[in-house]
Design a protein around this ligand. Structure first.
Ligand code: ASP
Ligand code: MG
Length: 410
C-alpha cells in the first residue's frame, strides 16, 4: 500500500464526463489498495471567467474579495468529483483549503503556503475515504480569510499536500503525457523525457515551459517529493508512467543538454550613451526594483567615448511601466535615447551536464550564427544559458538548438 496525491488540471475536469474519467483513475489506485488524496483545479476557463468578473466589477478590487471569488472554481470541482466517486461506490469527501487547513501568508492573489495540517485527511484514510482537495486555495490563519496561490497554483497545492501527508508519490495529471525536450508544437521531433532532475525542471519552468507552476517544482525539490507528470487522457485502466522529476543522482543516462525552453514574455530596453562611471547602474535599476519590476538579462557595452549602452529585459506586462519610470528618471540617469523592442524571445538550453562540460553555449552561438540569427543578449549560469533574439526566429532557433544537442534522436 502506498499513499498517493493525484492532481488533475483544468482540462482534465472540464466537464462531468471528464470528471467521471478522473474518478476512474482514482478508482484504479483505490483498487490497488492505495490511500489517495486528489487535488483538483477549476474547470478549464473557469478561473479566467472569475478573474474577468472581478475586473469588471472594479479594477481596483479588494484582493481578499478577489480571492473569495476566484477560489470558488476549485470548490465546485472538488465537490463534483466527490459526488462522482461516491456514485461509483468509493467513499470520498471534498476539502476546501480552510477546512484542512492549508495555511498561507496574507499575500492575497499570490499567497505562499506556510503550513499544512494533514491530520484530518489522514484520519479519513483510516476510514478508507478519498480526500478531494480544492487546489489553488488556502487560508490566512491570522485573518481567517480565504487566499489563493497565484495562477497555476493547484500544482503547488498538490506538491505541498504530498509533502504534508508524507505521500510516496505526487502524480500531476495533465493534458500532455509528460515533460518534453521542448514544445512539440514547435519541434515535432521533441521527445518525452523519462526523467528530469528537479533543478532542470525548475529552470525549464522558470524559463518558459508551461507544464508546471515554478513554485510547485521548488516545493518538490525542497521536500524531495517524487513527482510524475502524466496524462489524464490515457486509458484509466492502463496509463503510461509519464515523466519523473527526481534527484540528479537518480538519472542514469545524463545528457549535456536536457531541454530547450523559450519565453516570449520578454521586452528589451536599451539605454544609449549612459555615462560609464560608478552609480549609473544603481540609478537605472533601483527605481525599477522599487516598482517591483523584475529585471532579467543585463548587458553593458562600452564605447570609446567613455559612455556605455545598457540593455536589459523586463517581463512584457511590465514594459510600459518600466519605460515610464526610466523616462521620468532620464535626467538623473543621463542617457541619450531609450530604444525598446517587445518583438523578442528568450531561448534557453538547460542541463545539469553543463556543470562538467565546457563550450556548450559557444556551440550554440556558432550554430545560430550559421542560420543568420543575431543574438541581442546572453546570460549564463551553472546549468543553463539563454539568448535573446528576434521573435521571428523563434522556431528556427529552437529547432537548431534541439538538433545541435542531439535531442532529436530517438
Ligand atoms: N484554477 C487556477 C488557475 O487557473 C489554478 C490552477 O489551475 O492551477 O490558475
Ligand atoms: Mg496548470
Amino acid at each position: 500500500m502506498a499513499r498517493l496525491v493525484m492532481k488533475f488540471g483544468g482540462t482534465s475536469v472540464a466537464n462531468i464526463e471528464r470528471i467521471r474519467n478522473v474518478a476512474r483513475h482514482v478508482k484504479r489506485e483505490i483498487d490497488e489498495g492505495h490511500e489517495v488524496a486528489v487535488v483538483v483545479s477549476a474547470m478549464s476557463g473557469k478561473t479566467n471567467e472569475l478573474v474577468g468578473w472581478v475586473n469588471e466589477a472594479n479594477k481596483h478590487y479588494d484582493p481578499r474579495e478577489y480571492d473569495a471569488v476566484v477560489a470558488s472554481g476549485e470548490q465546485v470541482t472538488s465537490g463534483l468529483l466527490a459526488i462522482v466517486l461516491q456514485e461509483m461506490g468509493i467513499p470520498a469527501r471534498s476539502w476546501q483549503g480552510w477546512q484542512i487547513p492549508i495555511e498561507t501568508n496574507d499575500a492575497h492573489g499570490s499567497a505562499r503556503i506556510a503550513r499544512i495540517d494533514g491530520a484530518r485527511v489522514i484520519e479519513g484514510f483510516g476510514r478508507r475515504e478519498v480526500a478531494v482537495v480544492a487546489g489553488f486555495q488556502g487560508v490566512d490563519p491570522l485573518s481567517g480569510r480565504v487566499s489563493t496561490l497565484g495562477r497555476g497554483g493547484s500544482d503547488t497545492s498538490a506538491v505541498a499536500v504530498a509533502a504534508a501527508l508524507h505521500a510516496d508519490r505526487c502524480d500531476i495529471y495533465t493534458d500532455v503525457d509528460g515533460v518534453y525536450t521542448t514544445d512539440p508544437r514547435i519541434v515535432p521531433k521533441a521527445r518525452r523525457l523519462d526523467r528530469i532532475a528537479f533543478e532542470e525542471m525548475l529552470e525549464m519552468a522558470s524559463l518558459g515551459a508551461k507544464v508546471l507552476q515554478v513554485r510547485s517544482v521548488e516545493m518538490a525539490m525542497v521536500h524531495g517529493v517524487q513527482t510524475f507528470v502524466r496524462s489524464s487522457f490515457d486509458d484509466p485502466a492502463n496509463p503510461r508512467p509519464g515523466t519523473l522529476i527526481c534527484n540528479e543522482e537518480d538519472i542514469v543516462e545524463e545528457q549535456v543538454v536536457t531541454g530547450i525552453a523559450f519565453s516570449k514574455d520578454e521586452a528589451q530596453i536599451t539605454l544609449r550613451k549612459v555615462a560609464d562611471k560608478p552609480g549609473v547602474a544603481a540609478a537605472i535599476f533601483q527605481p525599477l526594483a522599487q516598482a517591483n519590476i523584475n529585471v532579467d538579462m543585463i548587458i553593458q557595452v562600452a564605447s570609446d567615448d567613455s559612455t556605455t549602452d545598457i540593455t536589459f529585459t523586463v517581463p512584457t506586462a511590465e514594459f510600459d511601466r518600466a519605460r515610464a519610470i526610466l523616462e521620468k528618471a532620464k535626467d538623473e540617469i543621463g542617457f541619450s535615447t531609450l530604444q525598446a523592442s517587445t518583438d523578442v524571445v528568450k531561448i534557453s538550453a538547460i542541463g545539469v551536464g553543463m556543470r562538467s562540460h565546457t563550450g556548450v553555449a559557444a556551440d550554440a552561438f556558432r550554430a545560430l550564427a550559421r542560420k543568420g540569427i543575431n543574438i541581442r543578449a546572453i546570460t549564463t549560469s551553472e546549468i543553463k544559458f539563454s539568448v535573446l533574439i528576434d521573435a521571428a526566429y523563434t522556431e528556427l532557433a529552437v529547432r537548431t538548438l534541439h538538433s545541435l544537442y542531439g535531442l532529436d534522436k530517438a
